[in-house]
Design a protein around this ligand. Sequence first.
Ligand SMILES: [Zn+2]
Length: 139
Amino acid sequence: MTSTSIQIFNHLYEELLATGKFNEHKIFEFFSLLGSSFIDALGLYDQNNVTLLTSPSGRSFIRVGEKSNRRRSNKIHYNCFVNGNYCSCFSFMFNFIQFEKQLWCKHLLVAKLAMATGQFNTQIIQEDDYGEIYRQTFM
Ligand SMILES: [Zn+2]
């Protein structure tokens, strides 16, 4: 993504934050900017698979679930630290960290969309659990 694309995304995102309205017009604007990545994110958004996990002290992250392609019946999930702009998925690792090809994977995109529109589940976790997940994700 170019810096201009990032500016356009931020503009669209701020509009979404201000209105909370994820209507057809807004969907088209995001699609025009992001293409197939946005369609993938929209699929996850529609499946309502976004959960905000938060600890009593307020530390939080987003967990995005999706069906595994490898195991038909199993669901897998990825941890997204939206403010830190990080996802635990392979695509993010490969395309962003290694090659700087894309700024956000579909999980980070859907996490941002869900936070902006309020369409997410919430789950309280203990401080120890948060610490363990954080360690597993980053270490
Ligand atoms: Zn991801």
